[in-house]
Write a protein that binds this ligand. Sequence first.
Ligand SMILES: [Zn+2]
Length: 139
Amino acid sequence: MTWFGQPFSDRVPLTPGERVEVRRRAKQLAARRRGTWIVLAGAAVAIAILVVFVPSIARTLRDWGMPWTLALAATNITSVLVLLGVVFRLLHRIRVRAHREAVRELGFPVCVECGYYLRGHGAGGSGVASRCPECGRPR
Ligand SMILES: [Zn+2]
């Protein structure tokens, strides 16, 4: 999956008007999903880090001779960065998938998993592939 750039294959023949429509639909789809997943995943990761990892890592660092305040600061800053990373990764995944689904809604068969354009990959080199030739996901 791409981090930046286009979330689906650039072989999809979208007109400028369709591109605008894809962005509009993707925004709606992403907005519908964002809330639930962020709350669930964010809360689970935050609780896991705060309850399990931060105190034990801070204690380990102190046992290795690091001053206690420095050990606490280092582990807390690291856990916040990890949490932000997870949240942004999740947001990005939701946004990319929403774009692919919006493209599919317009009638262009792209793989939801990797964004590969599936037209012309069916049996005998025509039609639409039943399984993504790029990542193997059934369509
Ligand atoms: Zn794929």
